[in-house]
Design a binder for this molecule. Structure first.
Ligand code: NAD
Ligand code: DAU
Length: 351
């Protein structure tokens, strides 16, 4: 049995990763470390303990808590770390950057130190889950490759860039077995309804206005969460130590086109009038420092590791819209009092 420590496993990508990994890696024991912030939800991991007895453990801990993290490495014979835990929402990083520095930079430093201590006399691999946002913004043409210089715009992406560099420094300085993945915008089940796709679906279902920043012409590059996670598994298995791998599915969309597409899907499923549904789109004040365009070139992962995303965008979007329709209880529960305060702080004054 190989013990893999997955941080941030109660969040969107981490919980999907754990479900996938427990299924396709029968020799893995997964230990989840998660602080259960507003974005972490035990409902996302429901049933796993019973479905995989002895192969799953949840540890409620903060990744910045050096004592707890070190103790976990001592209790469990951790052979690999997949580090998802982070503060992840760009708009929240604009409202309050400090938490991003603490979790994303200090949390990564804490985890790296614990791993370095534990792996002094036995092997272990550390995978840093990062983002294309560390490269900054593209204009209308070109792609992010692993050689693109880091040029982050938001406190979120700056904190992720610092964390990436810290992780890579442990390879160069200490010879630790570190790999880094940088992926584009994910979508799929269990995504917190602050991110564009679930925000729009849940607001459309609630009959609320649909806030599009600026002109809606910014471009994002989309990937289904399972395709991201299949890439993470591949890099963990076969990636070369000290290397960065971009993960993406070559699927660029302008925000406004994406919102219209998802509204058409939702309207078809719900039997709504598509014109009336689109009428809810409201253009609001732009995000400060809003990156114009992201576009990942995943050629290195494709040619070196045989990476090949499998979920066509339209299919993934339809299944995601259906998931939110069928899991209204889930998203209504996460829209707690704190969520309402966040919506008020972010959108209240935006016209
Ligand atoms: P998320 O916000 O849905 O979940 C984050 C998880 O981390 C939550 O379970 C939360 O409780 C946990 N967490 C936060 N602070 C913590 C702390 N101090 N200690 C322990 N746990 C803590 O995030 P996500 O969208 O699933 O993103 C996961 C990772 O993937 C992040 O590192 C993010 O930067 C990266 N990423 C995300 C995307 C995307 O489109 N969402 C794309 C590329 C990379
Ligand atoms: O590219 C990967 C990144 O994608 C991840 O590293 C981040 O964790 C993740 O949050 C995501 O960042 P974005 O800022 O691209 O995602 P978000 O869903 O917040 O916004 C997507 C686009 O939609 C962006 O151009 C801003 C726009 N937008 C977003 C919101 C929340 C709107 O127009 N209106 C909105 O209300």
């Amino acid at each position: 049995m190989k013990t893999v420590l997955v941080t941030g496993g109660a969040g969107f990508i981490g919980s999907n990763f754990i479900r996938l990994a427990l299924k396709v890696r029968p020799d893995w024991r997964v230990v989840v470390l998660d602080a259960l912030t507003y974005a972490g939800n035990l409902e996302n991991l429901e049933g796993l303990e019973a479905a995989y007895p002895g192969r799953y453990r949840f540890a409620h801990a903060d990744v910045t808590d050096a004592g707890r993290v070190k103790a976990l490495f001592e209790e469990e014979s951790v052979a690999a770390v997949v580090h998802f835990a982070a503060e992840t929402h760009v708009d929240r990083s604009i409202l309050g950057p400090t938490a991003f520095v603490k979790t994303n930079v200090m949390g990564t430093a804490t985890l790296l130190e614990a791993a370095r201590g534990a792996w002094k006399d036995r092997p272990g691999r550390y995978l840093q889950v990062s983002t294309d946002e560390v490269y900054g913004s593209l204009k209308e043409t070109g792609f992010f490759t692993e050689q693109t210089p880091l040029d982050p715009s938001s406190p979120y992406s700056a904190s992720k860039a610092a964390a990436d560099q810290l992780a890579l420094s442990y390879y160069r300085t200490f010879g630790m077995d570190v790999v880094v993945t940088r992926c584009c915008n994910n979508y799929g089940p269990y995504q917190f309804p602050e991110k564009l796709i679930p925000l729009m679906i849940t607001r459309a279902l609630a009959g609320e206005n649909l806030p599009v920043y600026g002109t809606g012409q910014n471009v994002r590059d989309w990937i289904h969460v399972d395709d991201h996670n299949r890439g993470v598994l591949l890099v963990l298995d076969k990636g070369r130590a000290g290397e960065v791998y971009n993960l993406g599915a070559r699927c660029e969309k302008r925000n406004l086109d994406l919102v219209k597409e998802l509204l058409r899907v939702a309207a078809a499923v719900k039997g709504w009038d598509p014109v009336q549904t689109e009428g809810k789109i409201t253009f609001v004040t732009d995000r400060p420092g809003h990156d114009w365009r992201y576009a990942i070139d995943p050629s290195k992962a494709e040619s070196e590791l045989g990476y090949a995303p499998q979920v066509p965008f339209r299919e993934g979007l339809e299944s995601t819209v259906r998931w939110y329709l069928e899991h209204e209880g889930w998203w209504r529960r996460v829209q707690s009092g704190a969520y309402k305060d966040f919506v008020q702080a972010l959108y209240g004054e935006r016209r």
